[in-house]
Write a protein that binds this ligand. Structure first.
Ligand SMILES: *[C@@H]1O[C@H](CO)[C@@H](O)[C@H](O)[C@H]1NC(C)=O
Ligand SMILES: *[C@@H]1O[C@H](CO)[C@@H](O)[C@H](O)[C@H]1NC(C)=O
Ligand SMILES: *[C@@H]1O[C@H](CO)[C@@H](O)[C@H](O)[C@H]1NC(C)=O
Length: 550
């Protein structure tokens, strides 16, 4: 799909803001309407105070687009971003291999694709270097990608890595089904992209816009049913599409909904930002000129009688004052799943998002001089294991949900990311990333990499590094919701015109880009409300001027 820059409803925006500028200029030039001593009737709009809670994709985008849209109208918001962790980027963050800042590796959201308009255009604006997602994959392994069902490899391809399915190989094995899938994906994503444009954008109700676009027809079904209805069947769906839903969302086709299933197949132009995707969100917050409060937990949002909100927050780091601070805002944007935020909303807003289950994803990053062991994958000892192993269920396995959905394979993916040089030994080693529903033990690693597990399976030793595992980093994310079929989604407005929410979009499509879309949408709605306020005020003031003249 060709790269396109976001098309925003520019004409409408320009017209309205021009009108407003014109009105205020006219007001400023007609002081003769005023009696002596009367104060000028045209006031500059009061500064708007905005709090954004969460410095990930949704919060950073809300800040960035709020500044952009406000600049177009001449309103000057002051924006404060509250982030409970010590960094910006949320689930997009890197860790340093061997603690070397020149060797970052993505711990969370690792790629984005061409159709991710907001991310691509922001990365360009900030001058970030984008790499093809498979750029640094080691070349010294013949079969680069394989799908393993816990017993056999059901598909392997010699080239083209994880985000680049080898079409020739797919056609050879599965006939025309891959082409049908690609076409279905393109039309589905094409429909989704209308959410960025008038008349759908901006949207006060995600459920309504999803319905209007016919996307609820796709979210209401499981991936399995949606594919079947489009004549896409096993083994292609179970070998390839399910391997994708598992590596991206840790879910099987009979449980994940059809729209998210299609998103998994939209890998055209997969890329990542050199040095870490978090730089996009960091750049957005900087461009917004926002005040950033890191290591700061928001405890309460209290609505006042004047329709403003008082935030109580507390610093967590030793360097920050541990006392509760209170600040007043006109607008609050909650840009993190409310259910995990432990924030008290007083009084209870008109609408409170329902609690939904999130995937607990174990990410294990490690370095080792060993390659993946053929024995661990039932291969002859002289066979090379693909450098990226995705998994699916065996034909004899009953698909299950939640953690049990992983099945016999026991993990969702193991990727050989790149070569690294071990600073202690100067040896050339491999960097691996494993996604799994449970902790990967030392014994698991010994099996995958074919070394003998030293001294029992004592879990306390799992993180000990030696000659076999030379560096290890573990993290458990609440990474994305279980994306069960549904037709309603949490809307962005929680309370009349002041309290907004971006995370409802995660059960529709959970991705950096969709969080960004919702941040942008909320920004547009907030600035549109301000513009209405300014126009109403000016109209009233103009009426007063006219009366005074008469
Ligand atoms: C945030 O907290 C971490 C851990 O306590 C600390 O290392 C870091 O310096 C803190 N950052 C700020 C800006 O307070
Ligand atoms: C850190 O990584 C860079 C890039 O790979 C390398 O050139 C440098 O020597 C490493 N530094 C240390 C202390 O190992
Ligand atoms: C959605 O499904 C309904 C009922 O099957 C159908 O009438 C409608 O045309 C579909 N909408 C779109 C946009 O496909």
């Amino acid at each position: 799909m060709a790269k396109r820059t976001p098309k925003r409803p520019m004409v409408g925006v320009l017209l309205i803001s021009t009108l407003w500028l014109f009105a205020s200029a006219a007001g400023a030039q007609s002081p003769r309407a005023l009696e002596n001593g009367q104060v000028p009737l045209m006031t500059t709009p009061r500064e708007k105070r905005v709090a954004i809670i969460g410095g990930g994709a949704g919060g950073a985008s809300a800040a960035y687009y709020l500044r952009k849209y406000a600049d177009e109208t001449g309103i000057k918001p002051s924006i404060t971003v509250y982030e409970r962790s010590g960094y910006l980027g949320g689930r997009s963050t890197t860790v340093n291999v061997f603690d070397n800042a020149s060797e970052p590796v993505e711990l969370g959201a690792s790629i984005f694709v061409e159709v991710n308009r907001n991310l691509v255009s922001a990365a360009k604006e900030f001058g970030l270097t984008m790499d093809d997602a498979d750029k640094s994959r080691p070349e010294d392994v013949p079969e680069r990608l394989g799908v393993w069902d816990g017993q056999d490899f059901v598909f392997t391809q010699p080239d083209g890595g994880y985000w680049w399915w080898d079409l020739a190989r797919l056609l050879w094995k599965y006939g025309w089904t891959p082409i049908r899938t690609h076409n279905l994906m393109k039309s589905t994503i094409g429909t989704f992209l209308k959410m960025y444009e008038e008349p759908y954008f901006p949207f006060r109700s995600l459920s309504q816009v999803a319905y209007d676009l016919g996307l609820t027809n796709i979210t209401s079904e499981t991936g399995e049913k949606f594919l079947e209805a489009n004549n896409i069947r096993p083994p292609f769906s179970t070998d390839i599409i399910q391997a994708s839903t598992r590596v991206n969302y840790a879910q099987n086709l009979p449980f994940i909904h059809g729209l998210e299933t299609m998103v998994c197949m939209a890998t055209d132009g997969a890329m990542s930002v050199r040095g870490g995707n978090w730089q996009i969100f960091d750049g957005m917050i900087k461009a917004a000129g926002a005040t950033v409060k890191l290591n700061t937990t928001v405890q309460q949002i209290r609505k006042t009688d004047f329709g403003t909100y008082v935030l109580s927050s507390k610093g967590k780091a030793p360097s920050l004052s541990p006392t509760v601070q209170e600040h007043e805002y006109d607008v609050v944007v909650l840009a993190a799943p409310l259910q995990d935020a432990s924030i008290t909303l007083t009084p209870r807003p008109a609408y409170v998002p329902a609690k939904i289950p999130y995937v607990k994803l174990h990410v294990t990053l490690l370095t080792s001089p060993h390659r993946l062991s053929p024995a661990a994958f039932n291969l002859p000892s002289d066979a090379a294991v693909p450098s990226v192993v995705l998994t699916t269920l065996g034909p004899d396995e009953t698909p299950r949900e939640r953690e049990e959905g992983v099945g016999r394979a026991g993990f969702f993916s193991i990727s050989t990311l790149r070569h690294v040089v071990n600073p202690s030994s100067n040896g050339d080693e491999y960097l691996y990333k494993i996604f799994s529903p449970a902790r990967i033990t030392g014994a698991d690693l010994a099996r995958f990499l074919g070394f003998s597990s030293s001294g029992g399976n004592d879990d306390d030793d799992d993180d000990a590094v030696d000659d076999d595992v030379t560096w290890i980093y573990r993290h458990v994310w609440r990474s994305y919701p279980y994306l069960y079929p549904r037709v309603t989604f949490d809307d962005p407005l929680l309370d009349n015109e002041g309290l907004w929410y971006t995370s409802g979009i995660e059960s529709f499509i959970s991705a950096m880009e969709t969080s960004s879309l919702m941040g942008m949408n909320v920004a547009r709605l907030v600035v549109d409300d301000w513009k209405k306020e300014v126009c109403n005020n000016n109209e009233e003031e103009e009426k007063v001027v006219v009366k005074a003249k008469l």
